[in-house]
Ligand binder design. Structure first.
Ligand code: GLN
Length: 485
């Protein structure tokens, strides 16, 4: 039994196809372990009984042509799942049961995967520590005092604690890559338009993307291959020929040119992060890649730009939660009173902060000064990347400015919380793909990640670079099961 949870996703698929283990055995192992891991608070909703039933159904009529035959998978509670509660970790959606399925999760089920449950996240995916959830904070399996990162913190915690063999998150400004970096796992944010946003609770529509979170790069390629699809239900979905990411996965990156952006050497960067980055360059050189210094001059404007654009879109997207159509309602004396009471009680503080910022930057008189200006700067940031990609094939940066921080450490200081996204948000603003892979430990023994950024639709290339680095880094991190009583 204990072996099962130690198999990575690709190994599980192989073992099930070779009839060495059954879907029921795998599902049981994950259910039992998840059941004993409530302390981490990584699940919002468990669908264990249904999963065991589905596993049994699979075993009685197995289809080994599927890419995830009978494999149980838990997903972030931001993906709508038909007839299963989907809350975005908000009180305002605490009673919401979608009548439809998100395209990305549907793609998983179409390939034989089985839903294990819905994973905790920051409320409406707003946060970097999974402390803004209405259902309480998530704990990192790495240490009882640590945040798992956010907003896909439940996903990262469950993955690192081996409560699911792989998972999916969403990334608006870093919510897949940052928690991956904090928990020693692999997180990929695909190019905007690769994975359908249909059925994902919207935060900032021009930035949101779904992506895989896995134990290694090969599993990431497998998951991406499954979830990436053209979808006419999402007007921003892009119809391009999706490569066979696993088949073309290769550690041969000889001659690739990798850019090192000088602007990412931010003030006060710790020696540990400097060293990690330096080691990353050396690994790449060992793999036969060429390192080239580049400049992304507008990098310093990325964070302020993001924190105008994202709240602006959020304030508009969240206008739909009014107590009328669906979700939580607080009775009022009249319509306006009902709206006010519903939204005051239904949203948490961070969500309210974003709605207020967003409404402010979009309001007449401030629109030109803030929102329009931010859109113009966003274009300059994208142009920086376009220019850089004239001379390099990919870009290497740290994933985060530090390792995981302590629970409560940044909760009352939103600016220091926002600073966590400094290396990840430019990628979303430019719509590019980025992957974070575990690359080392800091002096406290906590994982640190490196990020590889690619050209639009060049996921294969960043996967290959990540794959070859993974091979060289040979990152090993043994998580003790301290939370299992
Ligand atoms: N931490 C960022 C924020 O709070 C990013 C969140 C995300 O990517 N969903 O907005």
């Amino acid at each position: 039994m204990s072996d099962i949870i130690n198999f990575n996703l690709s190994e599980l698929v192989l073992n099930i196809k070779n009839k060495k283990i059954s879907s029921t055995e795998i599902t049981k192992a994950y259910v039992e372990r998840s059941d004993k891991s409530k302390h981490l608070n990584s699940y919002n909703e468990e669908t264990f009984d249904e999963a065991l039933k589905k596993a049994n159904e699979f075993d009685s009529k197995p289809d080994f042509n599927k890419m995830l035959p009978g494999i149980p998978i838990a997903v972030k509670d931001l993906f709508c799942t038909k007839n299963i509660k989907t809350t975005a970790s908000s009180k305002i959606l605490d009673n919401f049961i979608p009548t439809y399925e998100s395209t990305v999760t549907q793609n998983l089920w179409n390939q034989g995967a089985i839903l294990l449950g819905k994973l905790n996240c920051d409320e409406f995916a707003m946060g970097s520590s999974n402390e803004t959830s209405y259902f309480g904070n998530v704990i990192s399996p790495i240490d009882k005092n640590l945040v798992p990162g956010g907003s896909s913190g439940g996903s990262a915690s469950a993955l690192a604690a081996k409560l699911t063999p792989a998972t999916i998150g969403t990334d608006t400004g870093g919510s897949i890559r940052q928690p991956a970096s904090f928990t020693g796992t692999v997180g990929l944010k695909p190019t905007y338009g690769s994975c359908s946003r249909y059925g994902i609770v919207a935060f900032a529509s021009s930035l949101d993307q779904a992506g895989p979170m896995t134990r290694n790069v090969k599993d990431s390629a497998l998951m991406l291959e499954i979830i990436s699809s053209f979808d006419d239900k999402d007007s921003t979905s892009i119809n391009f020929k999706r490569p066979n990411y696993t088949k073309d996965l290769s550690i041969n990156i000889k001659g690739k040119k990798i850019g090192i952006p000088k602007e990412y050497r931010v003030d006060g960067m710790s020696k540990e992060i400097e060293n990690l980055w330096e080691n990353g360059k050396n690994y790449l050189k060992d793999c036969g890649a060429e390192i080239i210094d580049i400049s992304l001059p507008h990098t310093k404007f990325a964070l302020p730009t993001y924190y105008i654009v994202a709240p602006a879109e959020a304030s508009s997207n969240l206008a739909r939660y009014d107590g009328v159509k669906y979700g939580f309602r607080n009775e009022g004396e009249n319509l306006i009173d009902m709206y006010e009471k519903t939204r005051s009680e239904g949203f948490g503080d961070e969500v309210k902060r974003r709605i207020m910022i967003g409404t402010y930057v979009l309001s007449s008189g401030y629109y030109d000064a803030y929102y329009l200006k931010a859109q113009k700067v966003r274009r300059l940031i994208k142009n920086d990347f376009d220019n850089a990609f004239q001379s390099v094939d990919a870009i290497l940066t740290p994933s985060t400015p530090s390792s995981a921080f302590k629970i409560g450490e940044k909760l009352n200081d939103p600016v220091s919380m926002y600073l966590n996204d400094i290396f990840t948000v430019p990628v979303n603003l430019a719509g590019l793909p980025g992957i974070s892979i575990p690359a080392g430990l800091d002096k406290k023994g906590y994982p640190l990640g490196l990020q590889i950024i690619g050209k639009a639709f060049d996921e294969q290339n960043i996967l290959n670079i990540a794959y070859s680095m993974e091979d060289k880094i040979n990152f090993k991190f043994d998580i003790k099961d301290w939370w299992i009583k």
